[in-house]
Design a protein around this ligand. Structure first.
Ligand SMILES: [Zn+2]
Length: 395
């Protein structure tokens, strides 16, 4: 929280916070609050008295607390007493709703004042905690998580001139209350900044970008939002990086025999979704800009492509490849093996070799389109099929 103020206020707070408040009258202030609670509003004129009752340091000829309040994102509202008759006038008052008064106490506690905030949060919580309360004002939200954030929030910085913010400051001064004060003095020894650090404040470590060794997803460690996204993504990616038994594929195999692995535009949506995920994995591994399987749901809009899902003993899908009909392409005029991707643990285990003869029968002298890995080039050589290699062509 940053607050613009004057030199006198800085000097006063710097000195006052180093003293102890005199005989707080917490009970009186609470009584006054409970009366206001019935009315639904706290008057501007009462608030200063209530704050002084709790922390005598607020009471000083040379210091006004209320101008500070207005810099804390708290706005007074206009309220009127009900007129005696429709024709008569109404008296106007500036007032705060009770939750905004408690929000104010939360902010003043951050400044280092002893304003009994925890007590008022307890009074307000029963009206905020019920699960049917779905929307919170900023004040209610701060009350809602007060117990978790208390004494841990970021620094409160009061300054007279923001441009001097990064000048040198004096030594930090730790108070009995646990707060730490730092005063910034300008060249003429006049205070331009007062920094108030909470007792349990810990500087947030900047989140570090890491890459998960399991799934390869990049995320920011220490950032809950990013970590949650990673957990979701991790679970998804592991389904193809570490494939598990797939009953649907076993059923398909019982029904279609050797054609169970084939995916055409007539295949069910789940097979297209499996193809799409492997195309995605291929794209990530080779840092391609786009996914070479058009639809995760159905292939009806792409009849020129045929896919193969490589499956293991239990129906688990260990990889996939896709052939594209390029007979309209003057340079190729036949089928092309567009991409092939196997999960890491199943590489170099002969899965492609087992299917190679069948591929040649079905797609003839197809071309193997780039990017072609060294492993793949070695494979073609071994099969005596190096002439199928198509180099240096964008897919
Ligand atoms: Zn991961």
């Amino acid at each position: 929280m940053e607050i613009t103020t004057d030199e006198q206020t800085l000097q006063y707070l710097w000195e006052a916070l180093q003293t102890e408040p005199r005989r707080p009258r917490y009970h009186w202030a609470e009584q006054k609050f409970c009366e206001s609670l019935k009315r639904g509003w706290l008057f501007y004129s009462d608030i200063e008295d209530m704050l002084i009752a709790m922390d005598s340091r607020v009471d000083s000829g040379g210091f006004r607390i209320m101008p500070l309040v207005e810099h804390m994102g708290i706005s007074f509202e206009e309220v009127y007493f009900r007129p005696r008759a429709i024709s008569s006038g109404a008296m106007r008052f500036d007032a705060l709703r009770p939750e905004y008064y408690v929000y104010l106490l939360i902010q003043l506690e951050r400044v280092g004042l002893a304003v009994d905030t925890a007590r008022y949060v307890d009074i307000m919580l029963p009206s905020i905690l019920p699960r049917n309360r779905k929307l919170f004002s900023v004040a209610e939200l701060e009350i809602f998580w007060y117990k978790r954030t208390r004494h841990k929030q970021e620094d409160v910085v009061l300054y007279t001139d923001k441009s001097l913010r990064y000048e040198e400051y004096g030594d930090p001064l730790k108070l009995n209350s646990g707060f730490t004060l730092t005063l910034g003095l300008d060249a003429e020894d006049k205070p331009f900044l007062l920094m108030i650090r909470a007792p349990k404040y810990k500087p947030q470590r900047a989140p570090v970008e890491v890459s998960c060794p399991g799934c390869g997803h990049n995320y920011h460690k220490g950032d809950p939002e990013s970590s949650m996204l990673h957990r979701k993504e991790h679970k998804k990616r592991m389904t193809w990086l570490q494939p598990q038994a797939l009953p649907a594929m076993l059923l398909e195999r019982a029904e279609k025999g050797p054609f169970a692995e084939l995916v055409t535009c007539d295949s069910p949506a789940w097979k297209h979704s499996e193809m799409y995920n492997r195309a995605l994995a291929f794209k990530r591994e080779f840092h391609y800009d786009f996914t070479q399987w058009k639809s995760p749901n159905s292939g009806r809009e792409d009849p020129d492509v045929q896919g193969y899902l490589f499956t293991g003993e239990f129906g688990e899908i260990i990889g996939a490849c896709a052939f594209r009909n390029r007979s309209d392409d003057p340079e190729i005029q036949k089928w092309g093996l567009q991409w092939i991707w196997l999960c890491p643990r199943e590489r170099r285990k002969g899965h492609l070799e087992q299917r190679w003869r069948m591929f040649r029968q079905r797609f003839g002298n197809f071309l193997v389109e780039p990017p072609v890995s060294e492993a793949m080039q070695g494979f073609l050589k071994k099969q005596g099929d190096s002439e199928l290699l198509l180099l240096d062509r964008k897919p």
